[in-house]
Design a protein around this ligand. Structure first.
Ligand code: NAP
Length: 246
């Protein structure tokens, strides 16, 4: 008698309605994972992500909540995780910028950026890793930035948050390595998304040895690799995807 097929394992991608997160969600779905498409407010864009997943033969569901809101994240994740036994992948991708020179920066902009990246890491990663532990398997990938490595002018809030994610990743990786859970960071350079649309890209390309911006899919393929068994001995690492910037 053949065993009944297991339902697909779950991958949660935060900030998957647009940009890099959308590309990651679509890429992971091609590996057979059921993808939870998190977003904050842009439902139409999130539905487009889901449509692309399904057009590629994959499966997924929408999972809206603000990663910076502890109570909202707790409620949404309790519901999601109760419906999926095998949670194999978490991609902490949601992030925002609010650039300003440090001496001019409103406290609200400091908090908005750090609450989304660092607060989001805590609010989402903790319940997901708790769920991964009994299965002794899982991969967490967090999207940081070249900004967290070099510190750009006007981005003290963003650089602090993105550097903090690298520290949190290394510490968590050390805590859960023996259980079979891997935790890594991907640090993109300048990628073509809504976040960079307003920037002087012709100027910025001069900072890139490859003399071009990156595509969301070029980040997504690295995330897919880190989530796969091909990366089974990689944990606690920061992988740059930046055309040679640092
Ligand atoms: P993007 O195009 O602006 O998209 C941001 C995504 O994050 C959207 O899906 C948005 O949802 C979601 N989001 C924002 N705040 C959220 C919150 N509080 N809770 C849940 N979701 C939230 O950004 P991107 O360029 O793809 O960036 C994705 C990640 O890569 C970010 O962490 C960013 O810092 C990092 N990164 C980007 C670049 C780059 O050059 N683009 C470079 C280095 C690192 P809604 O659609 O609902 O607003």
């Amino acid at each position: 008698m053949t065993e009944p097929a297991l339902p697909p394992a779950l991958a949660l991608v935060t900030g998957a309605s647009r940009g890099i997160g959308r590309a990651i969600a679509v890429e992971l779905a091609t590996t057979g994972l059921h993808v939870a498409v998190n977003y904050k407010s842009n439902e139409a864009a999130a539905r487009e992500t889901l449509a692309r997943i399904q057009a590629g033969g994959g499966s997924g569901e929408l999972c809206p909540f603000d990663v910076a809101d502890e109570a909202a994240a707790e409620a949404a994740l309790a519901s999601l995780l109760s419906r999926h036994e095998r949670v194999e992948v978490l991609v902490n991708n949601a992030g925002v910028v609010a650039d300003n020179l440090f001496v001019m920066m409103p406290a609200a902009d400091w908090r908005k950026v750090t609450d989304t990246s660092l607060g989001g890491f805590f609010n989402v990663t903790k319940p997901v890793v708790q769920k991964m532990i009994p299965n002794k398997r899982g991969s967490v990938v967090t999207i940081s930035s070249v900004s967290g490595l070099v510190g750009n002018r006007g981005q003290t809030n963003y650089a602090a948050a993105k550097a903090g994610l690298m520290g949190a990743t290394r510490a968590l990786a050390a805590e859960v390595a023996r259980i079979g859970i891997r935790v890594n960071v991907v640090a993109p350079g300048i990628i073509d998304t809504d976040m960079t649309r307003e920037l002087p890209l012709d100027q910025l390309k001069k900072l890139v040895p490859m003399a071009r911006t990156g595509k969301p899919e070029e980040v997504a393929r690295v995330v897919r690799f880190l989530c796969s068994d091909d990366a089974s001995y990689i944990t606690g690492q920061v992988i740059s995807v930046n055309g040679g910037m640092v």
